[in-house]
Design a binder for this molecule. Structure first.
Ligand SMILES: [Zn+2]
Length: 174
């Protein structure tokens, strides 16, 4: 092999190396960009979800529903003043009002079922919150054998306490 051929072979492999490096660099950069884009998408999705959750908060939802009912009522009232030309609009708004009222009904149903679920955490008389709920088991002899009997103790801020469902101390707010 002559020196010239050796030189060109060396040069060729160096060039290949540099080109490979360059391609690798581009691939890495584009991957980084893709990752950043993915993060941005995730962030905006989370932001959207948070805004949505804030909107769905029962209080906010109830407020927006009641505002919509008030606005629609006012609009219907205003349109009724010129009844003949606004008849179609009045019917449309009436339908919209019925829909909003239905949504409000659904919301109040959800709220009352939530209250029902929560009711055991509040004093049934004065609605004071629960302060303690403890369970303990007791070893008792039954028919010559020792068995575990579970007990439940619940107390509320107002003084009411229940042992296995029986009132052991009564509510002070009666
Ligand atoms: Zn009470």
């Amino acid at each position: 092999m002559s020196l010239e051929i050796l030189f060109y072979t060396q040069l060729g492999s160096i060039m290949t190396f540099i080109i490979t490096l360059f391609i690798l660099y581009r691939v890495l950069i584009s991957q980084k960009d893709a990752t950043i884009q993915l993060f941005q998408e995730k962030c905006s999705y989370l932001e959207y979800q948070l805004a949505d959750a804030a909107k769905c908060h029962p209080d906010a939802l109830a407020k927006s529903l009641s505002e919509r009912v008030t606005n629609l009522n006012e609009e219907i009232q205003r349109l009724s003043e010129d009844k003949i030309s606004n008849e179609v609009l009045i019917i449309e708004k009436g339908h919209e009002l019925a829909k909003v009222k239905k949504e409000a009904g659904e919301l109040s149903r959800q709220i009352s079922s939530a209250h029902e679920l929560m009711s055991e955490y509040f004093c049934p008389t004065c609605k004071a919150p629960m302060t303690e709920r403890a369970f303990h088991s007791e070893l008792v002899e039954y028919g010559g054998r020792e068995i575990d009997v579970d007990h439940e103790f619940i107390s509320f801020e107002c003084g009411l306490s229940l042992s296995d469902g029986e009132v052991s101390n009564s509510c002070e707010n009666i």
